[in-house]
Design a protein around this ligand. Structure first.
Ligand SMILES: C[S@@+](CC[C@H](N)C(=O)[O-])C[C@H]1O[C@@H](n2cnc3c(N)ncnc32)[C@H](O)[C@@H]1O
Length: 198
């Protein structure tokens, strides 16, 4: 994981720029559904990156706390979204002394080893109020691998089949709906799950 976070720290500005300038139609669909399902205003953006999703949710009237393990991306988020609250933290051992109405966890669990994700989902349940909503987006596929980008920057990715992703969530949550997206501009397909606490 250190390797992945080191990469995000190195590419933080360029990554933030790319996220800022393009919001995919899949992401827009996800915002709309999340907003429809969440009852309440308190949101945790788990693995918030440069804060683009937090910015959109704040513009829709939510209070958002973003957590991320990359200091570089948090710096970007703080300067780009001054009205948000962004804190350094590892999703595998988050200790927050408050609860949320919704957890938005987009494209961040995919950087954890599959063996660690069940515990993180359990911890999400503990951080949600009654009726709380969880959104997760994972890359469609199989297995785990390290991908090398420009200039030798490496990131770890775990890929999931639809049923495998649903199984991760369904122990603690009731699944509302699952989507498998068409290919995005990078050729990736996404498994997106909306679930409500059981
Ligand atoms: C692909 S980016 C997605 C960022 C943001 N959610 C978005 O969709 O724009 C993955 C994010 O997960 C964060 N991340 C990876 N592993 C993490 C961990 N163990 N704890 C917290 N954040 C983590 C990275 O730093 C990065 O910001």
């Amino acid at each position: 994981m250190d390797q992945t976070i080191n990469t995000y720290n190195r590419i933080a500005h360029q990554y933030a720029e790319s996220r800022w300038n393009a919001v995919s139609r899949f992401r827009i669909r996800a915002y709309k559904k999340f907003i429809k399902y969440v009852k309440g205003t308190e949101i945790l953006d788990a693995g918030c990156g440069p804060g683009k999703d937090a910015a959109i949710l704040i513009s829709k009237g939510f209070n958002v706390i973003g957590v991320d393990a990359s200091k570089g991306l948090l710096k970007e988020a703080k300067s780009r979204v001054p009205e948000g609250t962004f804190i350094l933290g590892d999703l595998r051992n988050l200790r927050l002394k408050r609860k949320f109405d919704g957890i938005w966890c987009c494209a961040s669990l995919l950087h954890l080893r599959k063996a660690d994700v069940g515990e993180v989902i359990n911890s999400f349940k503990k951080m949600l109020n009654a009726d709380g909503i969880l959104f997760i987006a994972l890359k469609l596929g199989e297995g785990e691998s390290i991908k090398t980008y420009n200039y030798g920057n490496k990131r770890f990715f775990a890929y999931y089949k639809k049923a495998e992703a649903e199984k991760l969530v369904s122990g603690e949550f009731k699944i509302i709906e699952t989507y498998v997206s068409a290919k995005d501009k990078h050729g990736d397909r996404w498994v997106e799950i909306f679930a409500r606490i059981k």
